[in-house]
Design a protein around this ligand. Structure first.
Ligand code: ADE
Length: 352
C-alpha cells in the first residue's frame, strides 16, 4: 500500500457512504447506479435508483419492458438518453451474453451508453479489474492534491489525468479505491467549501499550500448556453387533451408533450396567439383562451427554457395529424418532461 492509498483508505473506513448498490456489488445494480449518478448527485438520484430497481429488478425484466415504461420510471430525472440507452443495453445483454452481465472491460465498454467512466466503475467495483475511474470528483481531487493545471476538458488534460489516475490506482482493491476517491471528492474535497481544515491530505495538498483551491481544476471553456422559448398549448376538448410524442433528436426525445410553439425570440403572449403556427395547430376551430400561465424557467445543462402554458378550450375537436386526443384519466400513464408533468398535475387537480 502506498502512503496515498493508506491515507485514502483510512478516510474511507471512517466516511464510506452506505449506498444500496454497495451491499453486494451486483454488476446490474452497480451499472444502474452509475448511469443514474452520471449527471446527478447521490442524494438526488437515490429515490430514482430505488424505484428503478424495484420496477426492473434484473436485466431480463428491463429488457422485456417497453421503452415507455422505462421512461415513465425515469421521469423527472432528466438526461433521458441515459434511460433509452439502459433499455437498449439490457436487450443487447440478452442477445449477446444470454442475459448474463459481461465481465470483461471491453465487453462492458461496448454496451450502449457505457463510456470509459462507467465501464471502469463497473469493471473495478463488480469484477475487481484494475481500471481507474475519472469523473468530476476524481478530476477535482487529483488536480488539487497534485497541482495539475492542465484543463480537464481538453484531450491533453484527459490524457494527463488518466495517466495520473492509472499510476495511483490500488490494483489490489480497485473497486474500493475508486469508490473511496469518489466519496472523498463528494464529501470532503467538495467543489465549493471543501473541508481542508480536517483533511487527511492537508500537509501534502498542492492547492491548499499554494492557495489554489478555488482555481482547481481548470476548465478551458465556458459552455455556451442556448435560450429557447416554449409555448405549450393545453388544449382541452370534452375532458380530453392533445398529446404528441417528441420525435426529434433533441432534448426529451420519446417523451410526451402538448402541442408546442417554439420560438427563437421571446414573443409576447399576443404574438404567440396571432402566429401562423398557432393558427396551423388550431385550424379553423374557435378556441377559447382560458388562461396563460406565468413564465417558468427550466434550466438544463446547456439550455435555458422559458416555458409558458396556454390553456385552451374547444367546443369541437380539431383533427391534428401528429397529436392524439387522450382522456384525462389516462394522461399520467405517459412519460412527460418534468416541467410539463408538474404543470399538468397542478392544473388538472385544480379543475377536475
Ligand atoms: N458517484 C458516481 N458513482 C459513484 C460511486 N460508485 N461512489 C460514489 N460516488 C459516485
Amino acid at each position: 500500500m502506498t502512503p496515498f492509498h493508506k491515507t485514502l483508505s483510512i478516510w474511507f473506513q471512517q466516511n464510506r457512504r452506505d449506498l444500496p448498490w454497495r451491499h453486494n456489488n451486483n454488476p446490474y445494480l452497480v451499472w444502474i447506479s452509475e448511469i443514474i449518478l452520471q449527471q446527478t448527485r447521490v442524494e438526488q438520484g437515490l429515490p430514482w435508483y430505488l424505484r428503478f430497481i424495484e420496477r426492473f429488478p434484473d436485466i431480463k425484466t428491463l429488457a422485456e419492458a417497453s421503452e415507455e415504461d422505462v421512461l415513465l420510471v425515469w421521469q423527472g430525472l432528466g438526461y433521458y438518453t441515459r434511460a433509452r440507452n439502459l433499455h437498449k443495453a439490457a436487450r443487447q445483454i440478452m442477445l449477446q451474453f444470454n442475459g448474463e452481465f459481461p465481465g470483461f472491460f471491453d465487453q462492458i465498454r461496448n454496451l450502449k451508453g457505457v463510456g470509459d467512466y462507467t465501464a471502469s466503475a463497473i469493471a473495478s467495483i463488480s469484477f475487481g479489474l484494475p481500471h481507474a475511474v475519472l469523473d468530476g470528483n476524481v478530476f477535482r481531487v487529483l488536480a488539487r492534491i497534485f497541482g495539475v493545471f492542465t484543463p480537464i476538458d481538453t484531450t491533453q488534460g484527459k490524457k494527463e489525468f488518466a495517466r495520473l489516475a492509472d499510476s495511483l490506482l490500488d490494483k489490489k482493491n480497485p473497486g474500493a479505491y475508486n469508490e473511496a476517491l469518489m466519496d472523498f471528492g463528494a464529501l470532503q474535497c467538495k467543489p465549493l467549501n471543501p473541508i481542508c481544515s480536517e483533511c487527511p491530505f492537508e500537509s501534502q495538498c498542492y492547492a491548499l499550500k499554494n492557495h489554489q483551491i478555488e482555481y482547481l481544476p481548470v476548465k478551458s471553456k465556458k459552455t455556451a448556453q442556448r435560450n429557447r422559448y416554449f409555448n405549450y398549448l393545453l388544449i382541452r376538448y370534452n375532458e380530453q387533451f392533445y398529446l404528441q410524442k417528441r420525435k426529434e433528436d433533441d432534448i426529451w426525445k420519446n417523451l410526451y408533450q402538448l402541442p408546442l410553439i417554439e420560438t427563437e425570440l421571446d414573443l409576447k403572449e399576443t404574438e404567440v396567439l396571432s402566429s401562423s403556427r398557432f393558427k396551423e395547430i388550431l385550424k379553423n376551430s374557435t378556441p377559447v383562451i382560458e388562461c396563460i400561465s406565468p413564465g417558468i424557467i427550466h434550466q438544463l445543462s446547456h439550455q435555458k427554457l422559458f416555458i409558458r402554458f396556454i390553456n385552451i378550450r374547444l367546443d369541437q375537436p380539431v383533427s391534428l395529424n401528429e397529436y392524439s386526443l387522450v382522456p384525462v384519466g389516462q394522461l399520467f400513464s405517459f412519460p412527460f418532461p418534468k416541467p410539463l408533468n408538474e404543470y399538468l398535475l397542478k392544473e388538472l387537480n385544480k379543475t377536475i
